[in-house]
Design a protein around this ligand. Structure first.
Ligand code: 5GP
Ligand code: SF4
Ligand code: MG
Length: 468
């Protein structure tokens, strides 16, 4: 998912418009539903719907979202069905007044908390983990006047103190906007400045679009409070020491974020390009062309071509009217996805030995179709290169990977995967090579989907079953 928020006193009627633009720039983070909640200082105004940002909001809708502050959300489901009632921001009325929240991430103890809250009388309307936070806020006993920043911050601390997992989350009331990032920092969140306004967004690409200046990352475990008196930064849990081991999602760098984003302080494009160079050093091969699987494989393929000296070419053309295949929640749509999305260029490929670079292999079905497509377009050899290690474990922290059984690398060796996808050779980037090429310490990142080293334990019930 993607989140965006702006506290824009002074450009008072523009908050929803800026949020619309911000969400547009974050559309790659979720295409199922989107929403904006604005504050006019007295009440909140909400609009949410299924579909893409550009289809949901027009000038008429935006004109109803009045006020000088707003938060927004684009969603793809990691928990809960693809349904309007799961769309965010969630907006409710509680004893402290109206409050809205927009959450990116995944809570690992949401089911247990939900069962507990339901036993105590809470009624849930949606099926997402995020709704648990709303109920915890409603039940919090925080000091301060109803609707005040003090009261919201107290309630947020109590609520987030009970959840564990990944959250980059924004809250909005008529009087205050709050942003928080979980202590491990799984999902990104950045702070920006637009003239007199403060902006919070999942990625810097949203700041670029509205010409806001990138200030810095919101730190793991940081709480940012923005209201009429300006911006304050506090520790989310003042009694906890900052984590020594952080869990910034390395897969954001590999695939999820946009290449024009500065993520966790590094350029995504530069990181992917470096992965490609490293991949060429680790898995060299004699070939005539390096081609990317567009769009996600492009920066790494450029890096591979530069390092190997093999010419770069466009061997696959992508339709831009299809969403991210993986993110389509239905298997039937996914199945068609590849052909809808990619076509091979015979002129380029005919008779050539081709290195094809992609960012990841999940089920292996896409890769298999791509290899076959390249061969039927005349490629003489197909060498598949993947700019990440084998994805062998599901994510519990906010990326929608399938179950362990469906991840081809959890049950198959690299040789077996090469055979399955019918590639002449297959090479994955090594874990050490990945961090070395970033110039990063592994202790700053989560890489559980490659290593199975989960940084936050999840309930046994949802644990992956043992394999082999
Ligand atoms: P597969 O060969 O496993 O069927 O598909 C791999 C492709 O899925 C890659 O091109 C990768 O870019 C794409 N992909 C799209 N969305 C996701 C996602 O959310 N997670 C992962 N791991 N890969 C994704
Ligand atoms: Fe990211 Fe993988 Fe960790 Fe999930 S398991 S947070 S996708 S690195
Ligand atoms: Mg891809």
């Amino acid at each position: 998912c993607g989140v965006f928020g702006i506290w824009a006193v002074g450009q008072s009627e523009e908050a929803a418009n800026f949020t619309y633009l911000g969400l547009h720039a974050l559309q790659h983070r979720g295409q199922e539903s989107a929403g904006i909640v604005s504050s006019d200082g007295e009440t909140l105004h909400t609009h949410r719907d299924m579909g893409l940002v550009a289809d949901i909001f027009d000038a008429d809708v935006l004109s109803t979202l009045k006020g000088g502050a707003a938060i927004g959300h684009v969603r793809y489901s990691t928990t809960g069905a693809s349904h309007l009632k799961n769309a965010q921001p969630l907006a409710v009325q509680y004893a402290g007044g109206p409050v809205a929240l927009a959450h990116n991430g995944n809570l690992v103890n949401a089911e247990a908390l939900r069962a507990e809250l339901e036993a105590q009388g809470s009624i849930f309307t949606a099926s997402t983990d995020s709704e648990v936070i709303v109920h915890l806020i409603a039940r919090a006993r925080a000091s301060g006047a109803p609707g005040s920043a003090e009261q919201l911050v107290g309630a947020v601390r109590q609520a987030l103190g009970r959840v564990s997992g990944a959250y980059s989350i924004l809250f909005l009331t008529p009087k205050v906007m709050v942003g928080a990032r979980d202590p491990m920092g799984f999902r990104p969140l950045v702070l920006g400045r637009l003239k007199g306004s403060w902006v919070l967004a999942s990625e810097t690409t949203a700041l670029d679009l509205i010409e806001a200046e990138y200030v810095r990352e919101v730190e793991p475990g940081e709480l940012v409070i923005v209201d009429g008196s300006g911006l304050r930064s506090e520790r989310l849990f003042p009694d906890q020491r900052p984590q020594a081991r952080l869990g910034r999602c390395v897969f954001e760098h590999i695939y999820f974020a946009r290449p024009d984003t500065v993520l966790f302080g590094r350029s995504v494009y530069a990181v992917r390009h470096g992965f490609g160079r490293q991949l060429a050093r680790e898995h060299a091969v004699n070939a005539d062309l390096v081609i990317p699987v567009p769009d996600s494989g492009v920066p790494a393929a450029i890096g591979y071509a530069e390092e190997s000296g093999i010419p770069f070419a466009m061997g696959l053309v992508r339709s831009h009217y299809v969403g991210r295949t993986f993110i389509e929640p239905q298997q039937s749509i996914r199945h068609f996805g590849v052909k809808l999305k990619l076509n091979a260029l015979k002129d380029v490929l005919s008779g050539k030995r081709v290195v094809v670079v992609d960012d990841s292999v999940v089920r292996g079905t896409t890769s298999r179709k791509i290899v076959k497509m390249l061969r039927s377009a005349g490629a003489r050899e197909v060498h598949l290169r993947i700019s990440s290690p084998p994805t062998a474990w599901p994510c519990y922290y906010g990326i929608d990977t399938p179950s362990r059984q469906e991840l081809v690398a959890s049950t198959h060796s690299v040789e077996e995967i090469a055979t399955y996808v019918t590639a002449d050779t297959l090479g994955y980037l090594s874990l050490d090579g990945m961090y070395a090429s970033m110039g990063a310490e592994r202790s700053g990142f989560c890489d559980a989907c490659f290593t199975g080293e989960y940084l936050i334990q999840f309930p046994k019930r949802t644990a992956p079953p043992p394999l082999r």
